[in-house]
Design a protein around this ligand. Structure first.
Ligand code: NAI
Length: 246
């Protein structure tokens, strides 16, 4: 059993997920740092949290896998007795024009980004419904809000997350569980680092605030949605994007 609020952050070994894990630990949560393949990086996130006086534990789970996700959440609930905050952050991209997109690239992105969020919500809700409280925060994307050429699979998965967010928000509102989506714009992480300079410059030209975001910009919004002060906010999509999607 855990006296602190328990927060599960998927894909928290690096990038935005790591920043969210650190933010929630700073706010006093016990953080479950989920990773799929990168154990070393996940342990590094945990070390960073501990070095700042927080508490965390690392857990492996491929969120795209239904039964693995079920086992993961059962273990968390058994060990800590509760899940107060779930952040569905794990995500991948396999960009390409639709005319050349393979079925495998389409399926893998949907399975990880959208079905992964479904799996985690499905199993985390077991604890949240029982305790009649909880915060679910899903990481969408401006691609899901606006669409983006070359990202049909990714944009579909992120738009799917928005539908999932609003539907689940309506289903669980009576149990005092809020469900929101945060839609980042272009954030500097490994995911965006691989883009060419020409693409980066083109994207930057479309950002009213004129610069890329940092993982901490997204983490600050997620942190707020996890607080008591955000009690009256549910079913929303909040863009953290320098004004890209207004
Ligand atoms: P990243 O590639 O640096 O990190 C993604 C994390 O998800 C990694 O730790 C990875 O291991 C994990 N992951 C991937 N598949 C997984 C699985 N099956 N099970 C568990 N973990 C898995 O990416 P970044 O930039 O930190 O992105 C985080 C989230 O934010 C993603 O959902 C992404 O789509 C979203 N996002 C990112 C934007 C950006 O500009 N970087 C913009 C909009 C949304």
């Amino acid at each position: 059993m855990c006296k602190k609020q328990v927060a599960v952050v998927t894909g928290a070994s690096r990038g935005i997920g790591r920043a969210i894990a650190i933010q929630l630990a700073t706010q006093g949560c016990f953080v479950i740092v989920n990773y799929n393949g990168s154990k070393e990086a996940a342990l590094n996130t945990k070390e960073e949290i501990v070095s700042r006086g927080g508490e965390a534990e690392v857990y492996q789970c491929d969120v795209a896998d239904y039964s693995e996700s079920e086992r993961f959440f059962s273990e968390i609930i058994k060990t800590y007795g509760t899940i107060d905050v779930l952040v569905n952050n794990a995500g991948i991209n396999r960009d390409g024009l639709i005319i050349k997109m393979s079925e495998e690239d389409f399926d893998r992105v949907i399975d990880t980004n959208m079905k992964g969020a479904f799996h985690c919500i499905r199993f985390a809700l077991k604890a949240m419904l029982r305790q009649k409280s909880g915060r679910i925060i899903n990481i969408s994307s401006v691609s899901g809000v606006m669409g983006n050429a070359g990202q049909a699979n990714y944009a579909a998965s992120k738009a799917g997350i928005i539908g999932l967010t609003k539907s689940v928000a309506r289903e669980v509102a009576s149990r005092h569980i809020t469900v929101n989506a945060v839609a980042p714009g272009f954030i500097q992480t490994d995911m965006t680092e691989k883009l060419s300079d020409a693409v980066k410059e083109r994207v930057k030209a479309g950002i009213p605030l004129g610069q890329f975001g940092k993982p901490e910009d997204v983490a600050a919004m997620v942190g707020f949605l996890a607080t008591k002060e955000a009690d009256y906010i549910t079913g929303q999509v909040i863009c953290v994007d320098g004004g890209m999607a207004m």
